[in-house]
Design a protein around this ligand. Structure first.
Ligand SMILES: [Zn+2]
Length: 304
């Protein structure tokens, strides 16, 4: 493994690096393998089961995110093994991007060494699940929090309500990298019927990210892959166009969620967004989610 990493470092220096697959079985026989991608000297992602966790290695420990073990209970163990494959340092912090169980479940494997961090609004929601595998955050913040470890500094920001009321982003200024989960999809429609979302505030949240955070690389919670700051503006435009199109369809007398409304919205958006992932399947659901959020306020039922 050590030799492979040295080679990887050379490849990265040459701009030739590609993700490599670790064999988590070496450390935990029953755990599934995952993929580790290196973004910088000290910055990696672990991808497994369609979920991506960012982690940053320092001389005094690891800053990790997203145990992500709801769908695949072995994922947190595989994640721990993946971290151990690149460093001997223990995980000192685990950061939950938001409370949704598919991202926050499974951190107990890090509880012996780590302190858990989330947005203030996530704490009661995570505590209410009463899940022994999911430690309740011990550090919570409202607007921003700086985490320093081993001479390195990351910044956590709450950018307002969007995909949830407690989504935070991780900015690593030195690497010009942002980790954001579920509210800045890369060339994909937002998830299904926008469960737990606040579409208007989501648009404002994206605008805040655009205007206030400086980065080149965008790492997202799933699917594996990465984007750039441009994706922020693209998602904002999509949500603005979706909102305007639904309003336009209404003004033409089309009933909410009717096939006629969905067809009209599809016709409006297809040219700009038809190539995005999930356009066909999720557009009617996005329309439904937008309308539900408008009519029910902020109380859509949270789902993973
Ligand atoms: Zn979510």
């Amino acid at each position: 493994m050590q030799r492979r990493l040295t080679l990887l470092a050379i490849l990265i220096a040459l701009g030739l690096a590609t993700p490599f697959t670790i064999s988590a079985q070496e450390a935990t026989p029953s755990a599934p393998a995952g993929e580790v991608q290196q973004f910088a000297d000290d910055t990696y992602s672990f991808s497994s089961g369609g979920y991506v966790s960012l982690f940053i290695v320092t001389d005094e420990g690891v800053i990790a995110t997203e145990p992500g073990s709801l769908v695949d209970p072995g994922r947190a163990e595989a994640y721990k093994a993946a971290i151990a494959s690149v460093t001997d340092q223990p995980v000192r912090y685990v950061i939950y991007s938001h409370d949704h169980a598919d991202h926050s479940t499974g951190g107990a494997v890090f509880a012996d060494t780590a302190t858990f961090i989330a947005h203030h609004n996530a704490v009661d929601k995570i505590a209410a699940r009463n899940d022994p595998n999911t430690p309740v955050p011990q550090i919570a913040f409202n607007d921003e929090l700086t985490v320093e470890l081993g001479g390195k500094t990351i910044e956590l920001y709450y950018t307002g309500r969007n995909h949830s009321d407690n989504s935070i982003v991780l900015l690593y200024p030195e690497r010009r990298l942002l980790f954001a989960v579920d509210f800045i999809p890369v060339s994909s429609l937002p998830y299904q019927n926008l469960p737990d979302a606040y579409p208007d505030e989501w648009i404002a949240s994206l605008q805040w990210v655009d205007e206030n955070l400086d980065f080149d690389t965008l790492v997202i919670g799933h699917p594996p892959g990465s984007g750039t700051k441009e994706n922020v503006g693209q998602v904002r435009m999509y949500l603005e166009d979706l909102t305007a199109s639904v309003e336009g369809a209404r003004s033409e007398g089309l009933a909410d969620n009717s096939p006629e409304m969905v067809d009209a919205v599809r016709a409006d958006l297809e040219a700009d967004y038809g190539a995005w992932a999930n356009f066909d399947e999720w557009l009617p659901l996005n329309v439904e989610g937008l309308i539900t959020a408008e009519t029910s306020g902020a109380d859509a039922t949270p789902t993973p």
